[in-house]
Design a protein around this ligand. Structure first.
Ligand SMILES: [Zn+2]
Length: 706
C-alpha cells in the first residue's frame, strides 16, 4: 500500500515536471517571454530524466526527455501528404502584386477580403501531423505529393511541441511551417565545427536540410534549430466549430503551443502590402533569422476554397521575393588561409564591390572541391553573394557568353587573362609540407609548430567562448608573437612579469592631429595593461569546460567540452578515462574519444597540460552528473549471445542509460556478463576469471523492468 502511494506520487511528480517544462517551452518559443534561465530549465529536465530513469515504465513518447537519444533510422520512409504541399507562386515586382490582387477580386466576385502577410523565412518546409494533440509524424515537402518521414530529427527541435497545450485542438491537425537555423545558433555551431577542424556550413538553409535528413538524430538538439508555423494541411474537428480565417486559427495555434511569426500582419488592401514591401526590406535584415520575402494570402478559408488552386499553386496566395543580394566583380587573385588545425582554405581576393550595404573585398572559396565545381579561375568575372549576410562567397562564374553580352568582343572575352587556381604544394606560411586530407577535400599544413596555426590557436584560446581573456585581441596577439613573448598557452599566464615592457608596446592607430587624420604609433599604456593582466589572472579560474574547449583538440567544441567537464569533473579524471568510459558520456562518439586519447597520450598534449598546471590554471569543476542515482553506475558490462527482448544496440543503450559502461571483451574489470542464447567463448572466459554471469531475465529483474 505504502509503495503504491509513493509510486503514485512519483507519477504525479513526473506529470507535474512535464507540464512545467512544456509551459516553459511555450513561454520561450511562442510568447518569447521566458521566465527561467536556461540553467534552471536544464535542471527541471534533468530532474525529470532522473525520475524516468528510475521508473522506465512511466516514460511516454511525448515526454520532453524523449526528444533526444532516439534510435537512428536505416533509411527514409515516404509519406503521402493527405493535403498536397503546394509551393507558392513567386513575384518580384509591384505590377505582378497588383495583377494577383485583380485575380483575387475577380475570383471573389466583389466580396470584401483581406490579406494575412507573413515573412517568408528562408528555411525548410515541413508538415507536422498531430493526432489527438500528439505529434505523430513529420514529413518534408518532397515533390508536394510525397515527402520523407523525418519525425526522428524533428522531435529534437524544442520549438515543436510533442504534445499540444490546452484541450480544444482538432482530432487531426496538420501544421505546415518552416524549420530554420537562427543565425546566432548557426554561427555558434560553425565555431564548434571549426574548433573540431571540420568543414563549416556555408548556408543555414542547406545546413538545415542536411540536419533533418540525418539518419541518426543524436546530438541534433544542440544545433538549436527553430520552427514557425505558416499554414495548415488536413484539419478534422470534433464538435467544435472551426475558426473561419487563418488569423483566427493562428491565435489557436499559439494557445496550443505552436510558434507563429510575431511579425504576421493583417492588411486590408494590396496597396497596404505594396507600401509595406520596401519598409520591410530594412526591418527584415535585423531579424535573428534569414528571410527572403513576404507571403501574402487571403485570410478567409471559405474564400480560399472558392478560389481553388491551379495544378501547381494556390490561387489565393503569392510570395513577394526580394532580389538576392548578389554582385559581380573580378577575381583578382587567390590567397591561402591556414586554420588553427592546419586546414588551408582558398580565399578569393576581389575587386572591391558594394554588396548589401558593405564593401566586399574577399570571399570564401571553401575548398578545392568547390573550386572545381565552380570551374573558377583567377581573372574570371564572378558572382558573389552574401550567404545569409554572413560570409560573402563566390557562387558562380560569369561565362564568356555573358561577357560578350556585357560588351566585350569575343576576342577580348577569350583573351581576358585567366589562370587556374592550384592547390598549394606547401604551406603558404611555414613552407612545410601540405598534405591532402583522407577524403581529399581539404589540404592541411602538417607542421604543428607552423606560425600561422600557432597564431590561430592562440586567438581561439583567448576567445569569448573559450578562456575569454579581455584585451587579448588579434592585434595584441600578433605583437606578442612578433616579440616572441608568447608561443604557448602557458606563456600568456606569465605575461605579468613583463608589465613594464607591455606598457611600451606600440600599435598603429588613427588619431586627429591639428585637424588632420593621421596614423601614428600609440603605446598600450598603463590602464590597458592593468586590465589585460587582471583579466589573465582571473581567467586562470575558468571552469574546466572552458579550458577544454580552448585547447584546440580536434572534435572538442564548446558543447562537447561542457559534456565532458560535467561528467568527469577534472582534467585528471578525463585523462584517465579509457574508451568505454568516454563513450559512456552521452554525445561522445568514437571519433571524439580517439581524438581525446590521442591528445592525452601525445608528448605535446602532456606538455601543454603540465605547463598550464605549473602556471596555476584551474583544471576542475563541480561534477553535474546523475550517476549516483543510476543503478548500474560504475559497472562495466559485456553482452554475449542472442537476447530475446533487445537487439544489441538496444541493450547497450539501456545499460548506458542506467549508468553502466559496455565493453567489447571480458576482462578482470568486467562487473557482469549478460549472456543470451549461444553465448560462446566469452562465457568461458568470464567463468575462468570469476566474473558474474547473469541471464536476460535476471537483468530485467535487476533493473526493475518487465
Ligand atoms: Zn604551415
Amino acid at each position: 500500500m505504502l509503495i503504491e502511494m509513493s509510486e503514485n506520487s512519483i507519477a504525479q511528480t513526473i506529470a507535474r515536471l512535464r507540464t512545467e517544462i512544456r509551459e516553459h517551452d511555450y513561454r520561450y518559443y511562442v510568447l518569447a517571454e521566458p521566465v527561467i534561465s536556461d540553467y534552471e530549465y536544464d535542471q527541471l529536465l534533468r530532474r525529470l530524466r532522473e525520475l524516468e530513469e528510475q521508473h522506465p515504465e512511466l516514460v511516454t513518447p511525448d515526454s520532453p526527455t524523449q526528444r533526444v537519444g532516439g534510435q537512428p533510422i536505416t533509411g527514409f520512409t515516404q509519406v503521402r501528404h493527405s493535403v498536397a504541399m503546394l509551393s507558392i507562386d513567386n513575384t518580384y515586382n509591384e505590377t505582378e502584386l497588383r495583377e494577383f490582387d485583380a485575380r483575387v477580386r475577380k475570383g471573389l466576385e466583389g466580396a470584401s477580403y483581406r490579406y494575412v502577410v507573413d515573412p517568408k523565412i528562408d528555411g525548410v518546409a515541413i508538415s507536422l501531423r498531430y493526432e489527438d494533440g500528439r505529434l505523430t509524424q513529420a514529413a518534408t515537402r518532397g515533390d508536394g505529393e510525397v515527402g520523407d518521414d523525418v519525425t526522428h530529427t524533428i522531435r529534437t527541435i524544442r520549438a515543436i511541441p510533442l504534445q499540444l497545450r490546452g484541450e480544444d485542438y482538432p482530432e487531426t491537425l496538420e501544421v505546415r511551417g518552416e524549420v530554420y537555423w537562427p543565425l546566432e545558433a548557426f554561427r555558434r555551431f560553425n565555431e564548434q565545427l571549426e574548433a573540431a577542424g571540420e568543414a563549416t556550413f556555408a548556408n543555414p538553409r542547406n545546413a538545415t536540410t542536411g540536419t533533418l535528413k540525418q539518419l541518426n538524430p543524436r546530438g541534433i538538439e544542440r544545433r538549436g534549430l527553430a520552427f514557425m508555423a505558416h499554414g495548415v494541411g488536413e484539419l478534422q474537428w470534433k464538435n467544435i466549430s472551426p475558426p473561419a480565417t487563418q488569423s483566427a486559427l493562428f491565435e489557436k495555434f499559439r494557445s496550443w503551443g505552436l510558434p507563429v511569426n510575431p511579425c504576421l500582419q493583417i492588411m486590408d488592401s494590396i496597396e497596404a502590402v505594396i507600401d509595406f514591401v520596401p519598409r520591410w526590406d530594412e526591418k527584415r535584415r535585423k531579424l535573428p533569422y534569414l528571410t527572403d520575402g513576404l507571403v501574402i494570402k487571403v485570410d478567409d478559408f471559405a474564400q480560399r476554397e472558392q478560389m481553388g488552386t491551379t495544378s501547381r499553386y494556390p490561387r489565393w496566395a503569392i510570395a513577394y521575393k526580394y532580389p538576392a543580394e548578389q554582385a559581380r566583380t573580378r577575381l583578382c587573385d587567390v590567397t591561402f588561409q591556414v586554420g588553427k588545425l592546419g586546414t588551408i582554405t582558398p580565399v578569393a581576393e576581389l575587386e572591391p564591390v558594394l554588396l548589401a550595404g558593405t564593401t566586399v573585398k574577399r570571399a570564401s572559396l571553401h575548398n578545392f572541391d568547390q573550386v572545381a565545381r565552380l570551374g573558377v579561375q583567377i581573372g574570371d568575372t564572378v558572382v558573389v553573394e552574401k550567404a545569409g549576410e554572413i560570409i560573402p562567397q563566390v557562387v558562380s562564374v560569369v561565362t564568356d557568353d555573358t561577357q560578350i553580352a556585357a560588351g566585350f568582343s569575343p576576342r577580348e572575352a577569350a583573351s581576358l587573362q585567366r589562370r587556374p587556381i592550384l592547390p598549394p604544394q606547401q604551406c603558404p606560411v611555414c613552407k612545410g609540407t601540405a598534405e591532402k586530407d583522407v577524403n581529399g577535400v581539404y589540404i592541411r599544413c602538417i607542421n604543428p609548430t607552423c606560425p600561422a596555426q600557432v597564431r590561430e590557436r592562440l586567438i581561439y584560446f583567448c576567445g569569448r567562448d573559450q578562456m575569454d581573456i579581455a584585451g587579448m585581441g588579434e592585434a595584441v596577439i600578433d605583437k606578442l608573437l612578433e616579440k616572441k613573448w608568447i608561443t604557448t598557452y602557458a606563456d600568456i599566464f606569465q605575461l605579468a612579469a613583463r608589465r613594464a615592457e607591455l606598457k611600451g608596446l606600440e600599435f598603429q592607430q588613427e588619431r586627429t592631429i591639428k585637424g588632420e587624420r593621421r596614423t601614428i604609433p600609440v603605446p598600450l599604456g598603463e590602464k590597458r595593461v592593468a586590465k589585460l593582466l587582471e583579466s589573465i589572472e582571473q581567467r586562470k579560474q575558468q571552469p574546466l569546460s572552458r579550458l577544454l574547449a580552448a585547447l584546440n583538440i580536434p572534435h572538442v567544441g564548446t558543447a562537447t567540452a561542457e559534456l565532458l567537464a560535467d561528467h568527469f569533473g577534472s582534467m585528471d579524471a578525463l585523462r584517465q578515462a579509457d574508451e568505454p568510459a568516454l563513450l559512456q558520456v552521452s554525445g561522445v562518439g568514437p571519433e571524439l574519444a580517439r581524438s581525446l586519447q590521442k591528445f592525452f597520450s601525445s608528448t605535446s598534449g602532456q606538455q601543454i597540460l603540465a605547463e598550464l598546471h605549473t602556471v596555476g590554471v584551474n583544471m576542475t569543476q563541480p561534477r553535474r552528473t546523475t550517476m549516483e542515482h543510476q543503478p548500474l553506475a560504475g559497472q562495466t558490462w559485456v553482452v554475449t549471445g542472442t537476447l530475446e527482448k533487445f537487439t544489441r544496440t538496444e541493450i547497450e543503450a539501456r545499460i548506458k542509460q542506467l549508468g553502466g559502461m559496455v565493453a567489447g571483451s571480458v576482462s578482470k574489470k568486467t562487473s557482469y556478463l549478460l549472456a543470451g542464447i549461444d553465448p560462446g567463448s566469452k562465457l568461458e572466459k568470464a567463468r575462468s576469471l570469476g566474473v558474474k554471469v547473469i541471464s536476460e531475465s535476471d537483468f530485467m529483474k535487476m533493473i526493475g523492468g518487465a
